[in-house]
Ligand binder design. Structure first.
Ligand code: NAD
Ligand code: LMR
Length: 327
C-alpha cells in the first residue's frame, strides 16, 4: 500500500460532508489503492455531530481509511493536508444582506487560507465549494501567499454537469457523446454556460440544437438550476454536488480525456480578458495533477458580453470584500 494521503474536509458534519466522506472511504475520490487520513473540520457547536459522522465512517469498515480525526481548529485540521476540500460556510439566513454573507464567509476563508499556508503539505490542492465559492477561493488564495495560486480551484463542475445533462436531453444523446462544453464566470446565476465550441457526436453542437435554445433557455436553465433545486427540495443540491466534487478531483488526478475539457474556477492570470486575480470559471484540461486553462478559443460578441457580465459581478464581490478589509 502507498503512504496515506491526508484529506481535510471543512463542514464535515453538513449535508455535503456527510455524503462526500463515504465516497472518500470507498476510494471513488482518490482511487481504490490510496489510503486516506481524514481530518474533519467543523464549528465548535457542530463537533458532536461531526464525531457522530466519524463513528459512522469507521463503521464503513473501509480498508482505505487510515485514520479519522475531528477538530474545530483550522491549524490542527490542515496540518500536513494534501487535499483540502472547503465546504463549510455560513448559509444566508433571513434578513442577511449580501455584504453580511461576504463578510461572514470572508472571515472563515481568510482564516482557513492562512492555516493552509502555514501547515498544509507543500503540494496541497484546495477545492472550494462553500458559497460564494469563487470569491471565497480568491480570499483563501490571497491569504496563502506561499501556495501557488493555481493550486486553488472553485467548484464549477456541478454547473458543467448541468450543462452536459441539458444538452444531452435536448439532442437525445448520452452525455458520453458530448465534449467541450464550457462554463464561464461566477458560480451564480450570471454564469455563462457556452455551447459555441461544444461537440455532439463529433459535430458542432450548434448544428445539432437550435441556436435560439442554446442562447436562451439552455443558459437560463443551467444558470438557475441551483435556485430551482432549492425551490423544489427546500435545500440546496447535495448528491449532485458530491458527484461533481468526485468528477473534479478524479479528472484533476487522472487527466481530462483527449479532445475534451472540464470547467473550474481558477485565479485568473488575465486569460480571455478576465482581470488577473479574480477567480473565474474557465475551460480547463488536467494533466500531471494540475489544471490548465484551454488557450486560444474564439470568443465572439455574444460570448464576450456574457463573460463580461459575470466577470463584472465577480469584480463587485472583490470590491466588497476589499472594502471589508478581507483582501
Ligand atoms: P450545510 O449547512 O448542511 O453544512 C455546512 C456545514 O459547514 C455545517 O455543518 C456547518 O457547521 C459547517 N461550517 C460552517 N462554518 C464553518 C467553519 N468556519 N469551519 C468549519 N465548518 C463550518 O450545507 P451544505 O449543504 O453541506 O452546503 C455547504 C456549502 O456548499 C454552502 O455554502 C452551499 O451554498 C455550497 N454549495 C456549493 C455548490 C457549488 O457547486 N459550488 C453546490 C452546492 C452547495
Ligand atoms: C447550487 O448550485 O446548487 C448551489 O450552489 C446553490 C446554493 O445557493 O447553495
Amino acid at each position: 500500500m502507498p503512504r496515506p494521503v491526508t484529506l481535510t474536509l471543512s463542514g464535515a458534519a453538513g449535508q455535503i460532508g456527510y455524503s462526500l466522506l463515504f465516497r472518500v472511504a470507498s476510494g471513488e475520490l482518490l482511487g481504490p489503492d490510496t489510503p486516506v487520513r481524514v481530518r474533519m473540520l467543523e464549528r465548535p457547536d457542530a463537533l458532536g455531530a461531526a464525531e457522530g459522522v466519524a463513528l459512522e465512517l469507521q463503521d464503513a469498515a473501509s480498508p482505505l481509511l487510515a485514520d479519522v480525526a475531528v477538530t474545530a481548529d483550522p491549524r490542527t485540521a490542515f496540518d500536513g493536508a494534501d487535499h483540502a476540500i472547503l465546504v463549510g460556510a455560513r448559509p444566508r439566513t433571513a434578513g442577511m444582506e449580501r455584504a453580511d454573507l461576504l463578510e461572514a464567509n470572508g472571515a472563515i476563508f481568510r482564516t482557513q487560507g492562512a492555516a493552509i499556508n502555514d501547515v498544509a503539505a507543500d503540494d496541497v490542492r484546495v477545492l472550494v465549494i462553500g458559497n460564494p465559492a469563487n470569491t471565497n477561493t480568491m480570499i483563501a488564495a490571497a491569504h496563502a501567499p506561499d501556495v501557488p495560486a493555481d493550486r486553488f480551484t472553485a467548484l464549477t463542475r456541478l454547473d458543467h454537469n448541468r450543462a452536459l445533462a441539458q444538452l444531452a436531453l435536448r439532442a437525445g444523446v448520452s452525455t458520453r457523446e458530448i465534449a467541450r462544453v464550457t462554463v464561464w464566470g461566477n458560480h451564480s446565476r450570471t454564469q455563462y454556460p457556452d455551447l459555441r465550441h461544444a461537440l455532439v457526436g463529433g459535430r458542432p453542437a450548434l448544428e445539432v440544437v437550435d441556436r435560439a435554445w442554446a442562447e436562451g433557455e439552455f443558459i437560463e436553465t443551467v444558470a438557475q438550476r441551483g435556485s430551482a433545486i432549492i425551490a423544489a427540495r427546500g435545500g440546496s443540491s447535495v448528491a449532485s454536488t458530491v458527484t461533481a466534487i468526485v468528477d473534479h478531483v478524479r479528472l484533476r488526478r487522472g487527466g481530462t480525456p483527449p479532445g475534451d475539457w472540464s470547467s473550474a474556477g481558477r485565479v485568473s492570470d488575465g486569460s480571455y480578458g478576465v482581470p488577473a486575480g479574480l477567480v473565474c470559471s474557465f475551460p480547463v484540461t488536467a494533466a500531471d495533477g494540475d489544471w490548465h486553462v484551454v488557450p486560444g478559443l474564439e470568443v465572439d460578441a455574444f460570448s464576450r458580453a456574457r463573460i463580461d457580465a459575470s466577470v463584472a459581478e465577480l469584480a463587485d464581490e472583490r470590491d466588497a470584500v476589499r472594502h471589508l478589509g478581507l483582501l
